[in-house]
Design a protein around this ligand. Structure first.
Ligand SMILES: Nc1ncnc2c1ncn2[C@@H]1O[C@H](COP(=O)(O)OP(=O)(O)OP(=O)(O)O)[C@@H](O)[C@H]1O
Ligand SMILES: [Mg+2]
Length: 1001
């Protein structure tokens, strides 16, 4: 490669970044127009890094392969895996080898996490990502993940792109780079006239360099092309290159290189452009349609002419420059190109290439009516649906366009439904919704089952988008259609419109309503593509008898009624929801009945219809527990609703069990679209159970998966839950950023906002920012809060107390206790009683205060919420102190402290320390030896944390600690984070400074 000229500024910046590495991780952007010298600079960067002993891995996008999932990272994965084969994660291995990843149950964020782990384990490494403007969507999501959550170890990523082709997604990924990474932007400008002269070397000094400089505008790629032309061919100034469009003289010069080629060599060049960049030369004879020898001679010629170059140390070749490939590809005739892609497909298939390898060629070669191509693209789309849904959308689009109109309507519908799902998974619910409406507009009413599945799916997307009235409107209209209205024939009462008022008790389904299992296939309850008939005959006009039978089937409309019940519950119209479920009648099968009760359970909990919620939870739980995994996979939505209802009813253990099962099934059956909901519910339960590390981890997972489907409300909920965990873990300052993000992520006056606003209000109270706390809570309480109301009322009491407004505090606390008692929610009542106890304390009514605190602790103990219990104990201790009972105060404090320690709840330290200080000399010596032994700085740590702190101070890595203590590296990470936080130091070195004499224990 000719020497590099100029670029001293960029090289200086790179040198500085390398020197700071590995103690500082960084992301370096190399930005410039086509041909300006980005790749050349990356090559130089890589050489410098290698010379300094750094390992460098290359990857990058490619112009005509933009739908290859993880294309930009494949080279890097390959190397990482080669180095650490034994520890390869099955997810990453599957991605690299092009296996269908859905079979290994992949959510995208789990793949990204696996890559991050791989990078952490790989040690200090430089990742070079060229041509990011061409990177596929999956690669960009992964890049975004790595930049937002850099691996634990050092990481240096350098990425190049053309600014005018930078996609909004790439720009967003870069903009969100975490502060932990130094961000360096290096613009690559045209070379100066001196640089050009230097590059031209021998010809410097004459008039040529000046004219060439002017003609190329300092663009080295243009310069290289133009310098081989006679002077007369140059024009005075270059037209600016826009997005890869070359200026006319450069284009002319390049074309001349091609025109001069012998025919076989030109065919080889064109075949190479079709195969890929880099390309495997063994495919050339077939794709160029030449005898082997001619192809070889052709390859020699194009290599000699420097159109292509062999990759160093490899069999594969690359074009001299992507701009050359682009031109060669575009200059071949359309017909020839199609035939060549088809030959490439056949050649790859003969070598055992799977759908993933063939799909890009099929997409470009197949003609309408090629049913094999349709089948292949459909297979490939299915394989990547979960890991690269954007690619699945492309391939399905291709498959659909190849299916002749009127041919195989069932297959068409199935693919359309799959496409709506893929779109939803990319976060493009809007397009998914549009497509569904289009399908509905043109779909025949028969077969009715299919129509119902489509309407239900469409309503579900509207619901997820928060368009409740649109969803309700379309469902109601559909149910009023004569053929579906007729399906209510078997209802046990005169039918009323779905908006009917309160049902009588008898209408609520009872045990007797459990119907025979055969009534409806379980899939029908939650429509998915499985509900679409796969047999073409089913999709064409059914016979009269079939039609008659269909119209008579009373269960056909159940999916719509169930969906309408769900929407009604979400709109707070619980009675309507109940009426709809009741109207399912005696013929609903047990899967539908179970799903219906899950809706009533969560709807009842949200609206405060707690007794109905309890009954329905019981029914739904029994139904779910009795169902096989396969049956359940048709109604996973319902499992999520059941789990949420259970946690709202403070049945955290049952909730955890159901949500875990739902999560496992959604992974196993590839229903990633429901995963976020499960993760959130599970996180809520973990918080309540005081499993703080788990809660933090789940909140992180939930936020990632919510972001990938672009769901703002679920992102908000994830952050709100994180804030709650952080409030215990690290106090208000640690929690505030999360709660703020939660509030910013969603719209006011929605159920999701209430969770976020409530969390931030609590954080503001802890920060002493009382006016903000009050205003946020007022917003939350301005809407019906359902079963969460006692919690918010108790919070209002505490805010009022802090603000000195005793009358409001008294009123709110009493209301909170009364409402929680009426709802029979012991956990919430415990929280309300703490508020009440504090109010009594402020009133000087110590007997009442003491009683309230004691009952609060009992309540929390009963529902298994350890941290609220510790808070009740802190309150009890304060009251005992005020009453002059130091021994009782000391005992309460000791127990609160033990819980806080066990749970790593540093957030409880300030009140505990305050109590200890106030107890002062009066505090009797603890009856049992304190495990922390008052050991100076280590006093705040648990036994395990102390052990880990000492190993850290002794200089062991996380991995070594994990090995030493025989625990998972992940667990070590969690402990280390906690140790750093508790010791209030930022790094391992800080721990060592605190514990200078640590020996590895
Ligand atoms: N500073 C330089 N000194 C010497 N040669 C250079 C320099 N910069 C670029 N070149 C040469 O110019 C040509 C174009 O550069 P390069 O391929 O790096 O452009 P690029 O910015 O990566 O373009 P694209 O956006 O199309 O990928 C290459 O042949 C490269 O070797
Ligand atoms: Mg380049």
């Amino acid at each position: 490669m000719p020497g590099l000229v100029g670029r001293s500024g960029q090289l200086g910046a790179w040198g500085a970044t390398l020197r700071a590495f590995p103690s500082r991780s960084a992301f370096v952007e190399v930005v410039g127009e086509p041909g300006i010298g980005k790749t050349r600079l990356l090559t130089e960067f890589a050489a410098v890094a290698t010379a300094e002993g750094r390992r460098v891995s290359w990857g990058g996008g490619s112009e005509f392969e933009q739908e290859v999932p993880f294309g930009a990272f494949l080279g890097i994965f390959d190397e990482l895996l080669r180095d650490r084969e034994a520890e390869a994660d099955p997810l990453v291995t599957a991605v690299v080898s092009g296996q269908p990843v859905s079979s290994v149950a992949a959510e995208r964020h789990r793949i990204y996490r696996a890559v991050r782990r791989l990078l952490s384990a790989a040690g200090a490494r430089v990742l070079v990502l060229d041509d990011l403007h061409w990177a596929d969507r999956a690669s960009l999501e992964l890049l975004s993940h790595l930049l937002r959550h850099p691996p634990a170890g050092p990481l240096l990523v350098v990425g190049a792109y053309r600014p005018r082709q930078c996609s909004p997604r790439l720009a967003a990924a870069i903009a969100e780079t975490a502060p932990a990474l130094d961000r360096v932007r290096l613009d690559v400008d045209p070379l100066s006239e001196d640089d050009v002269a230097e590059l031209l070397g021998a010809r410097a000094g004459g008039c040529a360099p000046r004219r060439l400089f002017l003609a190329s505008g300092g663009n080295p790629f243009y310069l290289e092309v133009l310098r081989h032309l006679p002077d007369t061919a140059w024009t005075a100034g270059p037209a600016p290159a826009l997005d890869g469009d070359l200026p006319a003289p450069v284009l002319a010069a390049l074309r001349r290189e091609l025109v001069d080629l012998p025919a076989d060599a030109l065919a080889v060049a064109r075949a190479a452009a079709v195969i890929g960049d880099p390309f495997d030369p063994s495919l050339l004879p077939e794709v160029a349609d030449l005898p082997e020898e001619a192809a070889l001679t052709g390859l020699n010629t194009v290599t000699e002419r420097d159109l292509v170059r062999q990759e160093e140390g490899r069999r594969s070749f690359r074009f001299r420059h992507p701009l050359v490939r682009s031109l060669v590809y575009r200059d071949s005739s359309g017909g020839w190109r199609i035939a060549a892609h088809d030959r490439a497909r056949r050649a790859l298939a003969a070598r055992g290439g799977g759908p993933l390898a063939l799909a890009p060629h099929v997409l470009r070669a197949a003609t309408v009516g090629d049913l094999d191509a349709v089948a292949l693209l459909r297979r490939a789309a299915t394989d990547v649906l979960d890991t690269a849904p954007a690619t699945a959308v492309e391939w399905l689009r291709g498959a659909l366009s190849l299916l002749p109109p009127g041919r195989d309507p069932a297959a068409r519908l199935e693919m359309l439904v799959m496409k709506t799902r893929a779109l939803a998974m990319t976060g493009d619910l809007g397009r998914s919704r549009e497509l569904l409406h289009d399908m509905l507009a043109s779909a025949p009413r028969r077969p009715l089952g299919l129509r119902v599945a489509l309407v239900a799916q469409c309503a579900l997307v509207e619901r997820v988008l928060g368009h409740y009235s649109a969803a309700a409107g379309m469902l109601t209209a559909e149910l009023a259609e004569p053929d579906l209205a007729g399906t209510r024939a078997h209802a046990t009462r005169p039918t009323a419109p779905p908006d009917a008022a309160v049902p009588t008790k008898a209408e609520v389904p009872s045990e007797a309503a459990v119907p025979s299992e055969a009534a409806v296939p379980s899939e029908a309850a939650v429509p998915s593509e499985a509900a679409v008939p796969t047999n073409a005959a089913d999709a064409t006009a059914p016979s009269d008898t079939a039609e008659a039978a269909e119209a008579a089937d009373p269960t056909l409309s159940h999916p719509l009624r169930l969906e309408l019940a769900t929407v009604a519950a979400l709109r707070g119209r619980f009675e309507q929801s109940r009426a709809l479920v009741a109207a399912l009648g005696d013929h609903a099968n047990r899967v539908v009945v179970t799903a219906a009760h899950a809706v009533l359970a969560v709807g009842g909990a949200h609206t405060g219809a707690i007794h109905q919620a309890r009954r329905s939870v019981e029914r739904a739980a029994a139904g779910v527990d009795a169902m096989s995994d396969r049956e359940l996979s048709g109604v996973l939505d319902a499992v999520g609703q059941l789990g949420w209802a259970e946690t709202l009813l403070e049945q955290h253990a049952a909730a955890t069990r159901h949500l875990e099962r739902g999560l496992a099934l959604s992974r196993r059956f590839g229903q990633n679209h429901v995963v976020t909901y499960f993760l959130l519910g599970r996180c809520f339960a973990a918080n309540a159970l005081g499993e703080l590390a788990t809660a933090v981890e789940l909140a992180g997972d939930a936020a990632e998966s919510a972001q990938l489907i672009a769901s703002r409300p679920m992102t908000a909920m994830a952050h709100a839950l994180r804030a709650s965990a952080e409030l215990w873990l690290s106090g208000p300052e640690g929690a505030a950023p999360w709660a703020e993000r939660a509030v910013a992520a969603t719209d006011r006056h929605t159920w999701w906002w209430d969770a976020a606003g409530g969390a931030l209000s609590r954080v503001r109270l802890a920060q002493g920012r009382l006016a903000e706390a009050r205003d946020l809570l007022a917003d939350v309480l301005s809407r019906p809060a359902g079963c969460m109301r006692p919690t918010w009322l108790a919070l209002r009491a505490e805010i009022a107390l802090a603000a000195g407004d005793l009358p409001l505090a008294r009123r709110s606390a009493a209301e909170a206790v009364d409402e929680a008692t009426a709802l029979e929610l012991a956990g919430q009542r415990g929280g309300a009683l703490v508020a009440a106890a504090r109010v009594h304390l402020a009133d000087g009514r110590l007997d009442l205060a003491e009683d309230a605190a004691r009952r609060a602790e009992e309540d929390q103990h009963a529902v298994g919420q350890p941290l609220p219990r510790a808070r009740a104990l802190v309150t009890a201790a304060e009251i005992a102190l005020a009453a002059g009972d130091a021994a009782a105060a000391a005992e309460h404090t000791r127990r609160a402290k033990a819980i806080a320690r066990e749970r790593g709840a540093t957030g409880l330290r300030p009140p505990v320390l305050d109590l200890e200080r106030r107890l002062g000399a009066r505090l009797p010596r603890p009856s049992e030896p304190d495990p922390a032994g008052g050991a100076g700085v280590l006093g705040a740590l648990t036994g395990r944390e102390r052990q880990i702190a000492q190993l850290l101070a002794a200089g062991l890595s996380n991995k070594e600690i994990a090995e030493r203590l025989v625990i998972a590296p992940r667990t070590v990470e969690t402990h280390v984070t906690r140790v750093l936080r508790k010791l209030a130091v930022r790094s391992r070195a800080g721990v060592a400074r605190l514990l200078p004499d640590s020996d590895p224990v």
